[in-house]
Design a protein around this ligand. Sequence first.
Ligand code: IPE
Ligand code: IPE
Ligand code: MG
Length: 259
Amino acid sequence: MAAQDKNPTAGAQARGAEASRPLHVAIVMDGNGRWAKRRGLPRSLGHRAGVEALKRTVSAAAEMNIRWLTVYGFSTENWSRPAAEVAELMALPKRYFESDIARLEREGVRVRVVGRRQGLSGELVKLIEDAQARTAHNDAFHLNIAFNYGGQADIVEAARRFAEDVALGRARPEDLNEQTFAGQLSTADSPPPDLIVRPSGEQRLSNFLLWEAAYAELVFQDVLWPDYGAEHLKAALEIFAGRERRYGAVLADDVLAAG
Ligand code: IPE
Ligand code: IPE
Ligand code: MG
């Protein structure tokens, strides 16, 4: 990856007019339970409908020339749900990959699953490793699935790895800076998200991409994830295009105006 992709400021500047369109969109796929409840259905059917929304959204994102899409599918805190619901959520990657991995591979999508493998079944880990290996040669579109992912856990694990390197004499404390630390996160291969979208009406990150979100624009949409599709993504991109990103600096026009 180009160095500019790692640095949000340099990335946006280098992309110039392109900066009105996000390179990387991240989505909290939330609202499956409420969608099901409104229909008098079990929550499991909401989660299955959520997989269909994911398929629509991946296609829509690729058509809208987004290069990176990260979706939040299961948080490290979601283990606290009833066992039957956890089992249903654990079955979703299989449902998704069985129906879509061949098409994703063909269409140039590189799939990565970010998050802890610990706690997942051996079968699921194998499925994930296979999906990643099958699509590792692709570069047209990057789909990251955050599964058994927690931003705090990811930061703690990166810090622990660095501490171990120091203890073993492989690194010095002064080697740590924002760039080297970001390089230790499970999202190290991706540019930071430009836009984080959360449907369902909730307005929080729920432990999603805490470090990476530093300068992301946040858009909250009043639609439940199973109803999400191209028109909602387009609306989110339009809101993003109207945002002014400053990265803590002053815009050039304002510097001139101040004289
Ligand atoms: C998102 O939908 C799926 C996961 C969190 C895994 P929810 O299950 O959170 O749906 P709501 O928020 O209860 O409606
Ligand atoms: C965040 O949604 C996790 C995913 C969508 C995977 P939650 O539904 O778990 O978040 P809270 O509990 O409302 O914060
Ligand atoms: Mg929820």
